[in-house]
Design a binder for this molecule. Structure first.
Ligand code: CP
Ligand code: NVA
Length: 309
């Protein structure tokens, strides 16, 4: 069995295998209905326990559908209804209990340390559904969407991120190393990725390009990503942060400097970082992006059980 916690810790070969499997499975479903099970029912009889310590619409529903399509079942538990951290039950006892009932544990949390501790105490795979430092399922699915639309490997494309140095960007940086694509980041000076991230990228013989001017970052981009300025785990001065990002909005004028045929992607939910006009334009592929979460997450689940085709 394997965990799926951070893209940076998963071999590039395995990440590519997940995408290949997702493409095959998506195609082979043809016109099956949402809850029709894949013919081979690869995870028949398995139970997945999902736990959300933070809000979620897309991740929760897309994993529910992914699990059902693989022939398995899912139960969502509320963190505040478990004994975990309350009444004296330790995380390790909770992890061992979950391992006796479930076949996989999926968690969205405000603590990276908690994921690490669970992973050490579970005897079943754990999947990171978003943590302060990472959103690996989102970014892997986004790479799938980009390659599906552009019909070429992401290594041949210019990818641009305009926004905060948050969990999604961290996973995108990890992906840029694993899949070897060019990544331009447009953000205010005080919101650049920290030095240890640059060091990790350099150690892996890649580089990321940082710009203070969003138009320079977006120049000749094939894909422009954005995300909310304020993330679920943000604890600082939100008003100030939103103001600091006032010049880093995705507007039609910004999209004009990108390449012909460029795409706009956003993991959602959104704030005011993208203009309605761009969000609703032909370039925006946000709904295809959301729907592909199902297909890639199925293959992530299969990866955890060494069942990729
Ligand atoms: N993109 C994403 O993870 O959305 P949710 O927060 O709704 O799950
Ligand atoms: N960066 C955002 C992503 C939401 C899916 C957050 O962490 O809130």
């Amino acid at each position: 069995m394997k965990h799926f916690i951070n893209l940076k810790d998963i071999p590039a070969y395995d990440l590519r295998k997940i995408l290949i499997d997702a493409k095959k499975r998506k195609k082979s479903r043809g016109k099956l209905n949402t809850l029709d099970v894949d013919l081979d029912q690869p995870l028949k009889g398995k139970l997945f326990i999902q736990m959300y310590e933070k809000q979620s619409s897309r991740t929760r529903l897309s994993f529910l559908i992914a699990i059902k399509q693989l022939g398995a079942s899912s139960i969502t538990v509320k963190a505040n209804e478990l004994h975990l951290g309350r009444g004296g039950e330790s995380l390790s006892d909770t992890a061992k209990t979950l391992s006796t009932y479930g076949d996989g544990f999926l968690i969205r949390t405000d603590s990276d340390k908690k994921i690490e501790e669970f992973s050490k105490n579970l005897t079943i795979p754990i999947i990171n559904l978003l943590s302060p430092s990472s959103h690996p399922c989102q970014v892997l699915a986004d790479i799938f969407t980009i390659e599906e639309i552009k019909k070429q490997p992401i290594s041949k494309l210019n990818i641009c991120w305009i926004g905060d140095c948050n969990n999604v960007l961290n996973s995108l940086i990890a992906a840029s190393v694993k899949f070897k694509f060019n990544l331009n980041i447009g953000c205010p000076k005080n919101y650049r990725p920290p030095n240890f991230v640059h060091q990790w990228v350099l150690r892996n013989k890649r580089k990321i390009n940082i710009f203070n001017d969003p138009k320079k970052a977006a120049k000749k981009a094939d894909v422009v990503f954005s995300d909310k300025v304020i993330s679920l785990n943000d604890k600082g001065n939100k008003k100030k942060k939103i103001n600091d990002f006032k010049n880093f909005k995705i507007t039609s004028s910004l999209m004009k400097v990108t390449r012909e045929g460029s795409l706009f992607l956003h993991c959602l939910p959104r704030g005011k970082e993208v203009d309605e006009k761009v969000f609703n334009s032909k370039k925006s592929k946000v709904w295809q992006q959301a729907s592909n979460r199902v297909h890639v997450q199925k293959s992530i689940l299969l990866y955890c059980f060494n069942k990729l085709g």
